[in-house]
Design a protein around this ligand. Structure first.
Ligand code: 44T
Length: 835
């Protein structure tokens, strides 16, 4: 304590007494690990004597974090956040506290709020690596990546601008931009000369961005931006009077997913002038669909294998992805997912011509209101191409006005993805020319729903989902009652249906389904497990042969303990348990998923005692401590899932790797990368100057949310030029977690001239010295990631590029420079720094 502080304290003896006693108590409690009491004492001290803040900051933070962990572990969420709020009242600009609160928020699923905290922490201290890493992980939620794509799509921006300009010139003088994003359409209206422009945006981050952007473009007074959902707006509270033009692009790949129908119905009733005087851009839309074959869609949405890793999957029941569009009324699953078909790995085949699924006029409120009560429309689509029915793909044309429209189709060169309605029949549906595919189109709870009902072949109609209660008899088809599925199955060679009674169904994530479908992955694990378990069993036999024999020993004594700490559904414990003399611990949490594993255990001859779900046993006092097998001191083997589906190393991997144990699976992962030139990656990560955004200054604002690592990349279909061979970038030894280096410089030779804009990377996962799996393989459930270099680097053929790779905790960063010196040896020079 400084003498100044000491002298100030002296001014009020009673208060000083209280402060110093409380401080002492705080320190004592801290020493006794009574963090709750220590925290209260610190709060008192710092509120009474703010001049002690600097002195006590470190211990206060430490106390807070410890206490928060305790509150967290007993589920006292509200208390936890109250503590953080009290702490932030005392230290509003403390980046460490902000970051830590962000981490708690994130873990509890409050991603937007978490991101806000990381962003604040980073603004306070731009070189704070923890906050930076955290921010990069969540920036995607705050400002979704499609904003960059849409803003970079000059064609789209220009079409909207022209339509808006025409409308304003024809007398639409008051404008509301619904879902303004960065404010671009509102600015178009203002620039076109609209007298009054209003804009609303429901996301807080986007609203704040729009305000910054509009100010920077000198339109602060000209556009009134509200942080509101349009449906919560009223005249005159939010806008003084009704407007003559609503502009909006609140549409997703499936057109209705952002709620455009509800927003427009509300706007027509409350915010817009009556039709003729009032109008909407876009004026309407036409939705198209098409049946497709795609291996990539198939392997992510339904189980395509009956056996993996020596396990028969017959007893698994019906497993499907969380994306499902059935005729069931109370179907709460997402009806579609999205893909950019032009870039889908493995390509796709169109099995029908594109068909018109729906037309909608946004300027007709009766039509909008009638949409959800429109009768289901049944379409008969001629099959034009032989192939497996894997999905219906949907896109649309947005009619901005009479003359101009935008298309989101698979053939167009746009930023748009298509909506994908996967088929989840347990058996494949082989279509051939001459067949008719029967599809129902309806519009329920604001989603367009497309459902493949049946296939008509040679006058017979065969249902794709035999549990449907709808009557499939159609004019023009066989007038006889629908034959049973099995009759038709034998009659219609090649077209199979599911014949068994309803089975247990269970939903898995798309990546979990793709993993189950990955034979090679499971085979590799099986091989490595075999080697390991045989080796361990032999070693055990040898040691017990020399030791004293104890006849009372528990038979469990000679078991090998196998722990799988993978997140998500995993068959590995079951595969291990099948090897005899193994007790396997699975980290699968959901009871439905545990049931599937239990059924599979039963059907594959694994005794139920040999498979346990360790997360069930976490004890009350300390849920984080895993109950170890009582006899055995160590795990014989621990399995880690090192790489997340998105292509990043799993967070806290090294902490998991240092669990006491014998063998760690995998033992080593090797990171590979390649220099590439890819404009696509640039367009997806940052707005490229003012040119695409019609001269408006938007880039510097939204680009604050640029992240240097692009995830969920498909390197196999990325539009890019390879500027080098692939090169080993980093090795992570999981058996010796502490021995890893954190920085490495790798030299790589440019094989072509060009501009290095990115370094895509992937992993070779070494299970043992002989067996490895690559996250780049065709049937992998992993995607890849790429570091986008800022700025990019010009190279000429033969140049040596020095890549400095850094691994901080589990996040990778890279920088590149040309380094043509010392390359004479011909071998890549490598420098490493250990942690
Ligand atoms: N993504 C397209 C969907 N909003 C576009 O908060 C295409 C996805 C996409 N604000 C790859 C490529 C693409 N009142 O900021 C959002 C949203 C806001 C509203 C106020 C309302 N009623 C709403 C409704 C939405 O509007 C903004 C635009 S939504 C556009 C969605 C490039 N993946």
């Amino acid at each position: 304590m400084s003498t100044l502080q000491a002298s100030r304290l002296r001014e009020d003896p009673a208060r000083n007494e209280l402060v110093s006693r409380s401080l002492e108590s705080a320190q004592q409690c801290l020493f006794n690990q009574d963090y709750g009491t220590a925290f209260v004492h610190y709060l008192l001290v710092l509120n009474l004597a703010p001049m002690l803040k600097d002195f006590a900051r470190e211990s206060f933070r430490f106390t807070l974090f410890k206490w928060a962990d305790e509150l967290d572990s007993v589920g006292r969420v509200q208390d936890l956040f109250n503590c953080f709020e009290q702490a932030l009242e005392l230290f509003p600009a403390d980046e460490v506290i902000l970051n830590s609160m962000g981490e708690h928020l994130f873990r509890m699923g409050f991603r937007d709020e978490a991101a806000g905290h990381f962003h604040k922490a980073l603004k306070l201290k731009p070189d704070y690596p923890e906050a930076r890493e955290n921010f990069y992980r969540v920036a995607n939620w705050l400002v979704e990546r499609w904003h960059f794509l849409m803003l970079n799509d000059r064609g789209r921006n220009q079409k909207y601008q022209q339509a808006i300009q025409k409308a304003v010139e024809r007398g639409c003088n008051t404008v509301l931009d619904i879902g303004t994003g960065t404010g671009i359409l509102g600015m178009c209206a203002k620039k076109a000369g609209a007298a009054e422009v209003f804009a609303c945006e429901l996301s807080k981050t986007m609203y704040e961005l729009a305000c910054e952007v509009v100010t920077a473009n000198g339109m602060k007074g000209g556009i009134n931006i509200l942080h509101k959902k349009s449906m919560d707006m009223e005249v005159p509270k939010d806008i003084p009077h009704r407007v003559s033009l609503v502009v909006t692009e609140t549409v997703d790949a499936g057109l209705f997913g952002e709620g455009i129908i509800e927003s427009l119905i509300h706007a027509w009733h409350h915010l817009l002038l009556p039709p003729q005087t009032g109008r909407v851009i876009p004026a309407g839309a036409t939705v198209f669909g098409m049946a497709v074959e795609s291996v990539e869609i198939r392997r992510h949405h339904r189980l395509c294998v009956s056996e993996v890793g020596g396990l028969s999957l017959g007893a698994a029941g019906q497993l499907h992805s969380p994306v499902s569009c059935t005729a069931d009324a109370d179907d709460s699953l997402e009806p579609y997912t999205t893909e950019r078909l032009s870039r889908i790995p493995g390509g796709y085949t169109a099995l029908t011509e594109p068909f018109r699924a729906l037309d909608i006029d946004f300027n007709n409120v009766t039509e909008l209101e009638g949409l959800s009560s429109r009768e289901t429309q049944r379409l008969h689509l001629p099959v034009t191409q032989e192939g497996n029915l894997d999905a219906l793909a949907v896109w649309f044309q947005l009619h901005l006005d009479q003359e101009s429209s935008l298309s989101t189709g698979p053939q167009e060169d746009t930023c748009w993805e298509q909506a994908i309605y996967p088929i989840q029949n347990p058996n494949s549906v082989a279509l051939r020319p001459g067949d008719q595919l029967v599809v129902d189109v309806s519009c329920r709870d604001s989603f367009l729903r497309l459902c493949s009902i049946s296939v008509v072949r040679d006058g017979h109609e065969i249902r794709l989902d035999p549990h449907l209660s709808v009557d499939t008899q159609q004019p023009g088809t066989n007038p006889n009652p629908t034959p049973t599925a099995s009759e038709l199955c034998s009659a219609l060679a090649g077209l199979q249906t599911h014949q068994s009674p309803p089975r247990e169904t269970c939903v898995l994530e798309c990546s979990e389904i793709a993993l189950l479908n990955n034979r090679h992955y499971h085979q590799s694990f099986n091989q490595a497990l075999d080697t390991l378990l045989t080796g361990l069993a032999l070693a055990k036999e040898n040691s017990s042969a020399v030791g004293p024999v104890n006849p009372t020993t528990d038979p469990n004594d000679d078991l090998l303990y196998f722990l799988d700490v993978s997140e998500g559904f995993s068959l590995l414990p079951l595969m291990a348990a099948r090897h005899g003399h193994v007790k396997a611990y699975s980290s699968v949490e959901k009871s439905q998923h545990q049931d599937v594993l239990r059924r599979l255990a039963g059907a594959n001859g694994v005794h139920e005692r040999r498979l346990e779900f360790w997360l069930n046993q976490a004890n009350e006092e300390d849920p984080a401590v895993l109950k170890r097998p009582s006899r055995e001191k160590l795990w014989s083997a621990i399995v880690l899932d090192c790489v997340e589906t998105c292509g990043l190393i799993r967070q806290r991997l090294m902490e998991k790797a240092s669990l006491e144990g014998g063998r760690v699976f995998p033992e080593r992962i090797v990171l590979y990368g390649m220099l590439v030139e890819s404009d696509t990656l640039l367009l997806e990560s940052a707005v490229q100057g003012q040119e695409p955004t019609l001269g408006f200054n938007i880039a510097p604002f939204i680009n604050q949310f640029t992240v240097p690592v692009h995830v969920f990349l498909d390197f196999s279909t990325l539009d890019c030029r390879h500027l080098s061979e692939s090169v080993e970038l980093f090795v992570l030894d999981l058996m010796k977690a502490s021995a890893n280096y954190t920085n490495r410089e790798v030299k790589v030779r440019a094989t072509s001239s060009g501009r290095v804009t990115a370094v895509p990377f992937w992993y070779e996962i070494h299970l043992d010295p002989e067996v490895s799996v690559s996250t780049l393989s065709q049937d992998s459930h992993w995607k890849q990631a790429a570091v986008v270099l800022q700025p990019s680097l010009e190279v000429r053929t033969g140049d040596w590029v020095c890549l400095a790779v850094q691994l901080h905790k589990s996040s990778i960063s890279m920088s590149a420079r040309i380094d043509n010196e010392d390359a004479s040896a011909g071998l890549p020079a490598v420098a490493m720094t250990t942690s």
